[in-house]
Design a protein around this ligand. Structure first.
Ligand SMILES: Cc1cc2nc3c(=O)[nH]c(=O)nc-3n(C[C@H](O)[C@H](O)[C@H](O)COP(=O)(O)OP(=O)(O)OC[C@H]3O[C@@H](n4cnc5c(N)ncnc54)[C@H](O)[C@@H]3O)c2cc1C
Ligand code: FES
Length: 276
């Protein structure tokens, strides 16, 4: 067996860059020390370990196509993320993965795509946006709705201009609460969605964000006549093993770590009520 095939083994990676991208959110850039390819797709995640502290799962925020450097946008929230945030460039972390399934970007070629990202939930959607922009002719219209609680929590702000300037692409940004410098839209992503009202015709909506956002965004999409088979989402659950063995992340008969984190609404509608 190739060493990289052991899903329980963390591989050492060097932090080659750390950028502050929002309040308490840093983008970590990691180069694996063994130089072997890390074959992953948009939507997959990996566990990062701060040695001596522990590990936690994070969505890959980069695409293998753009760079061999792995990127993760990490919100400082507790033990592991605190330890990761205190590291400096050059430090070594453990990388266990790639894990989970991925967005069916091949399957949805030719369709219009509506991407809805809330807060740190935008992290696993960035590779979706990058992939569509890098293969622009393979997809129809791209509509990005991007939200955060406040302007200081918006992630990847330095890329908005580039996203909005891409052919047949619209970007709409909103915050729940503005500040003195904010002149953009204020209101929930659901309100923005009703205003933008993307057509469900030949469209797929992809959602990632906090559970409350997912719940109400699905309802708003239904109002706009999107069908369950047109809605994709990534879900988060508390995880331990990440490989379908410990049962920590179960949702009905599904394990978020192996059957997800990407799900069609049709797959999870039954369980979602108790989950989000
Ligand atoms: C597939 C997947 C992808 C993820 N991607 C990202 C990402 O790209 N960026 C990012 O910042 N985070 C991401 N997370 C969430 C991250 O793994 C958790 O926040 C993790 O617990 C942080 O570890 P910690 O030790 O710092 O926090 P802890 O000390 O474990 O927890 C701090 C607080 O957060 C709560 N909490 C822990 N895990 C979760 C969870 N999954 N959902 C809701 N509340 C939780 C705890 O109850 C506690 O209140 C992802 C999680 C999953 C499952
Ligand atoms: S985290 Fe162990 S089964 Fe999913």
């Amino acid at each position: 067996m190739n060493e990289r095939d052991n899903p329980l083994r963390p591989y050492p990676g060097r932090l080659v860059g750390i950028k502050n991208i929002a309040q308490d959110i840093k983008l970590f850039q990691i180069e694996l020390k063994d130089g072997q390819p890390f074959d992953y797709r948009p939507g997959q995640f990996a566990f990062l370990s701060a040695f001596g502290v522990g590990e936690a799962p994070f969505g890959l925020a980069s695409t293998a196509e753009r760079s061999p450097v792995l990127e993760f946008a990490i919100n400082r929230i507790g033990t592991v993320t605190d330890a990761l945030h205190s590291l400096e460039p050059g430090a070594v972390v453990g990388v266990r993965g790639p894990l989970g399934n991925w967005f069916p970007l091949e399957e949805i070629k030719g369709r219009n795509v509506v991407v809805l990202g809330g807060g740190i939930g935008g992290a696993p959607l960035r590779p979706v946006i990058h992939s569509i922009l890098d293969h622009r002719d393979d997809y129809g219209k791209l509509t990005i709705l991007w939200a955060a609680r406040t302007p200081s929590l918006l992630i990847f702000t330095d890329e908005y201009e580039q996203w909005a300037a891409a052919p047949d692409t619209e970007l709409h940004v909103t915050v729940d609460e503005g500040d003195e410098r904010w002149s953009g839209h204020v209101g929930l992503i659901t309100q923005l969605l009703e205003r933008v009202a993307p057509s469900p015709e030949n469209a797929v909506a992809i959602i990632c964000g906090p559970p409350i956002m997912i719940k109400f965004t699905l309802l708003t999409l239904e109002k706009l006549k999107f069908q369950p088979q047109q809605m994709l989402m990534t879900l988060e659950a508390k995880m331990k093993c990440g490989i379908g063995k410990c049962g920590r992340c179960n949702m009905g008969e599904k394990f978020v770590c192996v059957h997800g984190p990407v799900f069609w609404y049709t797959e999870v509608a039954r369980f979602l009520e108790s989950f989000v």
